[in-house]
Ligand binder design. Structure first.
Ligand SMILES: [Mg+2]
Length: 465
């Protein structure tokens, strides 16, 4: 008994046809360029060294290194209590996933601290996952935040281990600033540019997608927060030196999510030497590079409005949320973690565990005994994905906070844009019709997970007889 979900599938939250899609937009980092683990190690090391040299943190931190499989994306961090945890779609903390430094906090302690497991809305981070005034729970949505979570946990661990009396709020801010400096001061950009093969992987697949789109006469554009030099170097590696021929518009240092909201920032031309020009922009031309700007101006200059545009990005808030909620473009989320999770879900062990859990839940619901299920579901179903925090998508039966946001802001989602190579441009994606709680679960459905339609049909027929 094995699962058979193809990791290269494009999954649909919303019905969407590629037939109607004429214009394809892309984010750059983790959308067109996919980075190896070496990049996380690099970010971790540089930020750790910044803490020591610029913020006078103890040199003992040098003993810590990036822990690749420690955190997962979408976790929340309680800035005041210095706790990293997973929260579900209903704002409940998943017990067993609360970490102080590198160690789990016992359930009883969590319940005492939060007066249960629920986190009130006003404590959660704002719309973009940032913690600002009054929000004590910051959510980490970025793939770049994996080294940040790892560093936060290591520094907390160091201070606790040495019984140092420290203020968690300061620690959070310093780590955040150090990580930001790695990007803003260009340290990461220079390191990647100097050794591109060490950091970028699967370039040829992104190239194949772009080539296929261009052969089908699709318009393409790039809107990235990264600077031109960095993108140019990466795209040279992925596509070749004439990569700009593929794109009708290229926007760098766009300052998303501000780009989607702030009408005031004008576009500015950048030469390929990086010089900024002062002339007013009346059209966005192919082969030229523009900096900053805003989406309202972009829509006005290109006329690319509404659902004929599909934009791909890996950051569910800053790439996709505003486009879905305000501007009506279609959105595709790139979730590289899907590949690993689907592989696990396809194992015999997992399929067996789920079948068993389903049966057991049914039985327990009938008999109304709760203790059994608690002991069963809390460990194995989580640990199989990640020993500390489990799956990116689920907490027990519930979707995670991350999952809920994903299903709201992305029309489709996939492990990488290379999944597009498996579909022709006439394809229509349909979300699987999962029954609502008050609906009968026995309607026949076409299921990519391979549930036989005919057997379901005959079952429904037998039942209706
Ligand atoms: Mg990105």
């Amino acid at each position: 008994m094995e699962g058979n979900i193809n990791p290269d599938t494009i999954f649909a939250n919303n019905e969407m046809s590629l037939r109607d899609t004429e214009i394809y937009g892309f984010d750059y980092d983790y959308t067109l360029a996919f980075y190896s683990r070496n990049l996380h190690t690099l970010i971790f090391n540089i930020a750790r060294d910044i803490l020591i040299t610029n913020h006078r943190y103890p040199e003992g931190l040098l003993n810590y290194e990036y822990i690749p499989n420690f955190a997962v994306r979408g976790l929340h961090y309680d800035v005041q209590k210095a706790l990293l945890m997973k929260i579900d779609a209903f704002h409940y903390i998943q017990l067993g996933t609360v970490y102080r430094g590198l160690h789990p906090v016992p359930d009883e302690e969590v319940i005492a601290m939060y007066d249960g497991c629920h986190v009130p809305l006003e404590n959660m981070s704002d719309f973009y996952g940032k913690s600002s005034h009054g929000h004590t729970m910051k959510q980490f949505m970025d793939i770049f935040s994996l080294p940040e979570m790892s560093l936060l946990s290591c520094v907390n661990d160091f201070f606790m281990r040495h019984n140092i009396d420290y203020e968690p709020v300061h620690l959070y801010k310093d780590v955040k600033e150090a990580i930001r400096d790695v990007h803003v001061k260009g340290i990461m950009y220079r390191a990647v540019e100097a050794d591109i093969e060490k950091y970028i992987c699967y370039g040829e697949q992104s190239h194949a997608v772009l080539k296929k789109l261009s052969e089908h006469g699709k318009k393409m554009f790039l809107i990235t927060n990264s600077p031109f030099d960095f993108v140019d170097r990466g795209m040279n590696y992925i596509v070749g030196k004439d990569w700009q021929d593929l794109f009708d518009v290229v926007i760098v240092q766009a300052d998303k999510p501000g780009f989607f909201n702030d009408r005031r920032k004008p576009f500015r031309r950048v030469t390929d030497k990086g010089a900024l020009l002062w002339d007013r922009i009346h059209k966005l031309e192919k082969g030229k590079i523009y900096k900053q700007g805003n989406l309202y101006e972009f829509l006005r200059l290109t006329g690319w409005t509404g659902s004929k545009v599909l934009y791909f990005g890996d950051h569910i808030y800053s790439d996709l949320a505003d486009l879905t909620l305000k501007h009506g473009w279609r959105t595709g989320a790139i979730i590289p973690e899907l590949r690993k999770e689907i592989k696990i879900m396809n194992t015999e062990q997992y399929v067996h565990m789920m079948a068993w859990l389903q049966a057991l839940t049914g039985l327990i619901e009938q008999m109304q005994v709760r203790r059994l299920i608690k002991t069963f579901r809390s460990h194995e179903t989580k640990d199989i994905f990640n020993p500390q925090f489990g799956s990116l998508f689920r907490t027990y039966h519930n979707p995670t906070y991350f999952s809920r946001r994903l299903s709201r802001f992305a029309d489709i989602y996939m492990a990488s844009i290379s999944c597009l190579l498996n579909y022709d441009f006439q394809h229509t994606f349909f979300p699987r019709r999962t029954p609502l709680q008050h609906e009968s679960p026995f309607w026949p459905e076409h299921s990519p997970a391979g549930i036989s339609v005919t057997s379901q049909l005959s079952r429904t027929k037998a039942e209706s007889d």
